[in-house]
Design a protein around this ligand. Structure first.
Ligand code: NAD
Length: 497
């Protein structure tokens, strides 16, 4: 059955099929209180699920989602959602089997290149209380070295010159805020759900910096009255494959052109800092915390352990010719490597959080990585590395150096990424390097050969401390030379005790 509002009750009651849960609230009468930029897999498996659960189980009616796509490729999401009444299926795959839930939280979708003003008007609508986003790490125009907005970036320059037809998230946020200011409304809360430490604080700094360049009065207003909660987000959500679409039709009888596949686990820790109200997130299992320090600690655990380990599996795994995360983690040598990296090099750096057992957290991660049913693709894990490695791996290395501890395995991961940048695996097969900085990275990798100096000279990615630290340079150079000479599989055992 095609996924459409009119087919929902039939979809829920197809005989001889596994049970499907469908929205039972009246989607035509809900208000769109959330505008979300970047309706990809993760948003549809995470925030949209929490909001759907609030509507389904707790009668919340003011926080449906208007999706927004800024990128040319978001046209497919626009077309597919429009074609199925903005409904989609969340397929949860765990060790015990799969379930399918139709999500109704998204009720419209605006594709910015169709009508940029419509996006600005939606953000300025009085019903809009929150503008949330999952725009990937590269969507922030954040300079890792100076911690400032990349104000000279051509996209940012374009938006400063074209206030009413912006391209970037910050151009749109600014235009939406400015309109609200003119209308005498409050600012909306800007809620980043991207994997970045201090995602809210960075978002605030990027937007206020942009606004200062455009109109200092608006910048002051945003700074004084706006809210930018920090949050830690977690739910492994691979890219949807054709086989997932076929399996959904076969097992659950649903014809959905773009379902989302995810794991049963989900977590969201969010700072309680909203300037114009918020949904009662606590009712659906969100950890809403008063103190920003609490979020930062959860973020640090998650980014350094989960995302750091993903990087440790991703770049070496891709070089060795693996395709999926579970294949890599189920290889005994990789398993030991990642376990030892977590326990010996990352865990000692992490703060204790009351009620959180770090060893148990690590064990759960190993189980989640080993889940063979969600088929998490290495190219997904590896993409956009220039926004990831400086967040997930480099801070642990820097802190280990200050403490004069062990950072061999972390350095091996950095070396594997440097090798990966060339786009050729250990067997000589080419693969695509999907990174907004790919040209610069590849030029530096080529110029540097098996030495890291050229890559480490990219100021926007690497702080001066690391670039000039002899112990780090030595470790990375050794790993790069070993990988180049013998390949990842033969080198890895040297990094295991
Ligand atoms: P996806 O490829 O399915 O979707 C990415 C979305 O980001 C698209 O809607 C795209 O339009 C938008 N986008 C990309 N670059 C942009 C830019 N420069 N400006 C504005 N929008 C932009 O990816 P996804 O799985 O949804 O992941 C998105 C982000 O969510 C990740 O980068 C990460 O920060 C966060 N996240 C993902 C997962 C996961 O397991 N997939 C888990 C935790 C957090």
């Amino acid at each position: 059955l095609k996924l459409l509002s009119k087919n929902l009750s039939q979809i829920a009651s197809q005989s001889g099929r596994a049970t499907v849960r469908v929205p039972t609230y009246d989607r035509s009468s809900v208000k769109e209180g959330v505008v979300h930029i970047g309706v990809g897999g993760f948003h549809r498996a995470h925030l949209a699920v929490y909001l759907h659960n609030l509507m389904e189980k707790h009668g919340v009616r003011d926080y449906a989602i208007a999706g927004v796509g800024l990128q040319p490729f978001d046209a497919s999401m626009r077309d597919i959602l429009k074609n199925q009444d903005h409904l989609y299926t969340v397929i949860e795959r765990g060790a015990d089997g799969s379930s399918a839930n139709v999500n109704g939280a998204i009720t419209s979708f605006l594709f910015a290149p169709d009508n940029r003003q419509a996006v600005i008007d939606k953000m300025a609508h009085p019903d809009t209380k929150i503008v949330s986003m999952t725009i990937t790490e590269s969507g922030y125009y954040y300079n890792e070295n100076t911690h400032e907005l990349q104000a000279e970036h051509p996209d940012i320059q374009h938006d400063l010159k074209n206030e009413n037809s912006p391209k970037t998230t910050f151009g749109f946020l600014y235009a939406g805020m400015k309109r609200r200011h003119q209308l005498g409304l409050n600012p909306f809360t800007v809620l980043s759900c991207d994997n970045m430490q201090k995602n809210g604080s960075i978002t605030r700094h990027m937007l206020v910096s942009f606004a200062k360049l455009a109109n200092p009065e608006i910048a002051n207003w945003i700074s004084e009255k706006g809210a930018f909660p920090n949050s830690m987000v977690d739910r492994i959500t691979p890219r949807t494959e054709k086989t997932d679409i076929a399996a959904l039709a076969e097992d659950f009888g649903i014809e959905d052109a773009w379902p989302v596949v995810t794991e049963p686990f989900m977590q969201w820790v969010v700072e309680d800092k909203f300037c114009d109200g918020r949904p009662p997130f606590e009712k659906v299992g969100v950890q809403v915390v008063k103190d920003v320090h609490d979020v930062e600690q959860f973020e640090m655990h998650k980014l350094r352990l989960l995302n750091g380990s993903h990087s440790a599996l991703g770049y070496p795994g891709q070089l060795a010719g693996f395709k999926y995360i579970h294949e890599v983690i189920n290889h005994p040598v990789y398993r030991k490597f990642v376990e030892q990296m977590m326990h010996k090099e990352v865990k000692p750096l992490l703060p204790a959080i009351p009620g959180v057992d770090i060893d148990q957290y690590c064990n759960t991660l190993m189980e989640r990585f080993s889940n063979p049913t969600i088929m998490d693709q290495l190219p997904r894990i590896c993409l956009g590395a220039s926004g990831k490695i400086p967040q997930f791996i480099m801070p642990s290395i820097a802190e280990q150096i200050w403490g004069e501890h062990n950072f061999r395995r972390l350095s091996f991961v950095a070396a594997a990424w440097f090798r990966y940048i060339n786009g050729v695996d250990d067997a000589g097969n080419k693969f695509e390097v999907d990174d907004p900085m790919v040209k610069e990275l590849q030029a530096k990798a080529k110029a540097g050969g098996n030495k890291p100096h050229e890559l480490l000279s990219i100021k926007s990615l690497f702080g001066d401390d690391l670039r000039n630290d002899e112990r780090f340079i030595k470790e990375v150079t050794t790993a790069m030379e070993l990988i180049a000479k013998d390949g990842v599989m033969a080198t890895l055992p040297k990094y295991i005790d």
